[in-house]
Design a protein around this ligand. Sequence first.
Ligand code: BGC
Length: 368
Amino acid sequence: MRRIAMSVATTTLSASLVGCGGLNAVRSSGDASPAKGDDITVGLLLPEKSNPQYEQFHYPAIKTKVASLTHGQGRVEYANADADAGEQSRQLQQMINAQVDVILLDPVDAHAIASGVRKAKKAGIAVIAYDRLAEGPIDAYITFDNELVGEIQGRSLLEALGEDASISDKIVMMNGSPTDPNAQQFKAGALLALDRKVTIAKSFDTVDWKPQTAEKNMTEAINEIGRNNIKAVYAANDGLAGGVIEALKAAGVTDLPPVTGQDAELSAVRRIVTGEQYMSAYKPYPQEAEHAAEMAVAKAQGKNIQFDALTRDKVDSPTHKGIPAHLVPVVAVTKDNITDTVIRDGMYTPSDICMPQLAADCTAAGLK
Ligand code: BGC
């Protein structure tokens, strides 16, 4: 994917919520017309549950924004595939059967879902790829700047190693799922920063982004490289970072090497406060979710000029070129900027982060 500089759309979360009906909800009459009013249904397909961001942030934020854009009349039909690509195909088919007006799709397997995307297209339902770029005739794509995520992680890792970092420093790379195109972009971005600066002694792809698999792979890396010879670990997200840190601790490592992450999960922010994890690439979810809701509503209502204004970038997938897109920038969270990032954006309050046993670390990090 081409890297693009862009401005960030800043939007605020609205407080109103609407209920969400079952998948069998029927469209109101007159739905052959592209110009729909507020009575629309947005299908939302998210990929997994073990990573808390999907149910905790994305779904509620999209639901709220769709409601506020449609005067409380628009609905979100939500399904989560729990990392099962077959289940996601079935969920997509159910959305097609229910004739939702537009689908936001975050694929488990970007390649496998392409036939479902084609079916939706045939049924006259626009599909907007959400966060991960599904293959097939996608109408538009909303995501973060994924290569930048990897680059920021790689640069942070070098920063943590300090001025003495050298090519003889051995690091381990714990990458994401091979069926998630984002994982390849995170890796490519990280390699841009790390290439010729350190030695990648072991590199793993982690099927379905499972933290337990990362833990197992890290144990293998420790056995092979030696627990005192690993200078740092590139972990593509916070779930993997958690698995990596467990493996290091289980191997008796007390002075943990710097470990990267992504998503600013609450458990990871706590590890950053205590110093167990060096950083997390923070992706401001409300910006992605709200922009997606705006795109979906504009598409469903046939507001093409508005839709084009929301998708000024272009990306390529393996099957389609020049897909209209919007990429949201990201930032690194370290111990120094927790207040200016996840707390300022309302993701967590200091008391969410600062459990009693973290009191001293929280004070040291300036969190009150
Ligand atoms: C997302 C990450 C997430 C990972 C695992 C990626 O596609 O961009 O934020 O950590 O999937 O769910």
